[in-house]
Design a protein around this ligand. Structure first.
Ligand code: BGC
Length: 346
């Protein structure tokens, strides 16, 4: 059981708290407005119990000290920007470097470490708002971001993102929840069965920056048919070596920016399946290869190597430096919109 008081703190003059959303069938999602982080998702299982399918921590204090981006809203730019540099309208911008020589997930003071304004609209819905000031972590423009979390009655969690800017900027918003469909603290996710609706992915260089787009055909990255994660994760393959496992952006099979099915994952011990739907063109499949057991998880077990996985819906990494990728530029007067749904079946 999470203790709400462990989440009630004041940071930079703003109050943090823990909010609980519920639907009719007993699905429950706990979210803190510190980083807009999903702390737990209780999915109703067959035998009248619930299974918590999310890796998380039990207090704000622990979230302040973690480096995995557990459950967090990521911005302004989810994933990497090469050497933290990009140009817009002839001007070059330099971001904080926080991942080798690159910028990752919006910098150390990214959205995951900000206190969002929160309003619980009803039992099902939480509205979060954050104003990212012009120049924050090196990004141009005052960016107003609204994220709405809704727990729907079909046992899905919907995340709706909206943003606008007063100066041309780049953004790539996502959520970095780590899932274990067998239950938080139940061990490695290597037995999970995964399907990804993508014929192609963006292979990366040694620093995990994309070097193009390639087919998954004939590689251990092919998840077009349901496959156990552990079957090929340690196969001899340059891409798997670089990332110490799966940590790759998939180019989703879709026509435009319609909401479409990106992936599904099943935990064989619980029998729970999660389906992922998104309007985004890409999805990072990350198998927790950099989790190192240094943080105590809310389950009582450390958050350890490959004990949970992320399905981060997104635009492609380093898009500002790849004009051939779908654009991540947002101009004044435009509204950025994105939706992702995690739906649970048991
Ligand atoms: C990245 C990983 C990174 C992780 C941070 C993922 O989105 O792809 O390379 O280590 O985030 O926890």
């Amino acid at each position: 059981m999470l203790s709400r008081t462990n989440f009630q703190k004041e940071l930079n003059g703003k109050k943090t708290d823990l909010f609980t959303l519920r639907n009719k069938s007993g699905m429950e999602v706990a979210i803190t407005n510190f980083g807009g982080r999903i702390v737990s998702i209780l999915v109703p299982a067959n035998d009248n119990t619930t299974v918590d399918v999310v890796a998380g921590l039990d207090s704000i204090h622990h979230y302040e000290n973690e480096t995995y981006y557990l459950g967090a809203l990521i911005g302004r730019y989810g994933n990497r920007i090469a050497k933290g540099r990009f140009s817009l309208n002839g001007e070059t911008y330099s971001l904080a470097i926080n991942n080798g020589e690159n910028a990752l997930h919006g910098g150390s003071a990214g959205f995951h470490n900000q206190v969002w304004d929160a309003e619980q609209i009803n039992e099902n819905t939480l509205k979060l708002h954050y104003l990212s000031k012009d120049g924050e972590e090196g990004f141009p423009g005052n960016l107003a971001v609204t994220v709405i979390y809704t727990v729907n009655d079909d046992d899905s969690l919907e995340i709706d993102y909206k943003a606008s800017t007063d100066k041309t900027t780049v953004l790539n918003l996502t959520n970095h929840t780590y899932f274990n469909l067998n239950g938080d603290g139940s061990g490695a996710i290597l037995d999970h069965l995964v399907t990804i609706n993508a014929d192609r992915f963006t292979p990366s260089d040694e620093t995990q920056i994309p070097i193009g787009i390639e087919t998954v055909e004939g590689t251990p990255l092919d998840f077009r048919r349901e496959t156990k994660i552990g079957e090929r994760i340690d196969a001899e393959n340059k891409q798997l070596e670089i990332a110490r496992g799966y940590d790759h952006n998939y180019v989703l099979n879709k026509k435009g920016n319609e909401l479409s099915k990106a992936a599904s994952v099943t935990g064989p011990k619980s029998g729970i399946t999660m389906e992922v739907y998104t309007t985004e063109p890409g999805m990072q499949f990350y198998t927790g290869n950099f989790l190192d057991g240094k943080m105590p998880g809310k389950s009582g077990k450390p958050v350890d190597f490959r004990t949970s996985l992320c399905l981060e819906t997104q635009h492609f990494p380093d898009s500002p430096n790849h004009p051939e990728f779908p654009t991540t530029t947002l101009n004044p007067g435009e509204i950025y919109k994105s939706t992702t749904i995690y739906k649970f079946l048991s």
